[in-house]
Design a protein around this ligand. Structure first.
Ligand code: HEC
Ligand code: HEC
Length: 268
């Protein structure tokens, strides 16, 4: 048997194995470069060409018209630092008080909501400021709040944050003791990767950017947890709250919402 006779297309075995190899290569390329990327829902995979470039490792700026593609979810543009608005001036508080007249109908005369809007009295200034920016830029959406912030300047938002953060929090009617807190608040759920709420939201520790939750209406707290869980609210930095909420059971969501609300209701 000579070499020539083996590697020739007249040899049926040779033809079949060459064609087979080519077919396998084409099919795997289609799967790897086209099909798998095309079912990815991330923005950089939008369109077959982008998908191919992305799968091949081409830097994002090189395709999609030279600009990085906007992520589909609206993310926050605010950077949270412990120093953000940690000192507010009396002037700023005064200006905030005037601006706040248009907010009282829902957030209450002194920042304590009678309806199911969140309380703002004593909320951290940085939290209020961040949420207002997120509403304005569309990172957080609310049919009610979004139109309220369209015409606010950056300084307006800082002043409103200063004013509300300076209002007294409702007096605690009972001491928050770990014994009263439901397990999800005090201990989290380590097997499901949930840190105790109290580690960020106060009780054990307070992390910059975590809102003060005590006294929030239960319906509001519950709606926010559900919104984080199903991805309707995506303005939490690095998905901290989405990762917590999507692993919570409905019972745990109810228990946490009731617990944080009771702080206020006990005194009424
Ligand atoms: C018509 C009622 C209404 C008015 C007026 C209103 N708000 Fe709100 N606000 C709401 C509701 C409802 C929410 C909760 C939105 C949600 O469910 O995401 C909210 C949320 C907020 C939040 C987020 C609080 C948190 O804990 O995350 C801030 C901050 C806020 N409002 C500030 C203001 C300011 C400042 C004004 C005035 C310029 C104002 N609101 C006017 C109803 C209102
Ligand atoms: C790792 C820190 C961390 C842990 C743990 C955590 N949170 Fe949060 N939470 C945050 C941050 C940060 C925000 C603010 C998100 C944003 O910027 O909009 C937030 C926001 C919230 C809000 C929205 C408040 C508002 O006023 O809009 C609720 C409700 C909430 N958390 C409840 C919980 C509950 C209940 C738990 C425990 C099961 C929990 N969180 C655990 C960091 C945490």
């Amino acid at each position: 048997m000579s070499e020539e006779r083996l590697f020739t297309f007249r040899n049926r075995w040779f033809t079949v194995s060459v064609l087979g190899t080519i077919a396998i290569a084409v099919v795997s390329a289609l799967i790897g470069f086209v099909w798998l990327p095309s079912v990815q829902r991330d923005a950089q995979f939008a369109g077959i060409w982008n998908a191919i470039c992305s799968a091949a490792g081409v830097p994002r700026e090189w395709y999609a018209g030279g600009t990085a593609v906007e992520p589909k979810e609206k993310l926050t543009s605010v950077e949270m630092t412990p120093q953000l608005l940690d000192k507010v001036s009396a002037n700023s508080i005064g200006r905030g008080a005037t601006l706040a007249l248009r907010c009282t109908m829902c957030h209450g005369e002194r920042g304590m909501s009678e309806a199911n809007s969140p309380n703002l009295a004593g909320q951290y200034a940085s939290v209020i400021y961040k949420q207002l920016i997120d509403f304005q830029k569309g990172a957080r959406s609310s049919a009610v709040m979004s139109p309220m912030v369209t015409n606010l300047s950056d300084q307006d938002m800082r002043d409103l944050a200063a004013y509300y953060s300076n209002l007294p929090r409702p007096p605690a009617q009972r001491k928050v003791s770990d014994a009263l807190a439901p397990p999800i608040v005090a201990h989290g759920a380590p097997m499901r990767n949930i840190a105790p709420c109290a580690v960020c939201h106060g009780g054990i520790d307070t992390k910059a950017g975590s809102p003060w939750l005590d006294g929030l209406p239960a319906a509001y707290t519950k709606s926010q947890l559900i919104a984080f869980a199903n991805g309707m609210r995506t303005n939490d930095i690095d998905g901290v709250m989405r990762n917590v909420a999507r692993n919570m059971t409905p019972e745990e969501i109810d228990a946490a919402a009731m617990y944080y609300a009771r702080e206020l209701n006990a005194g009424r």
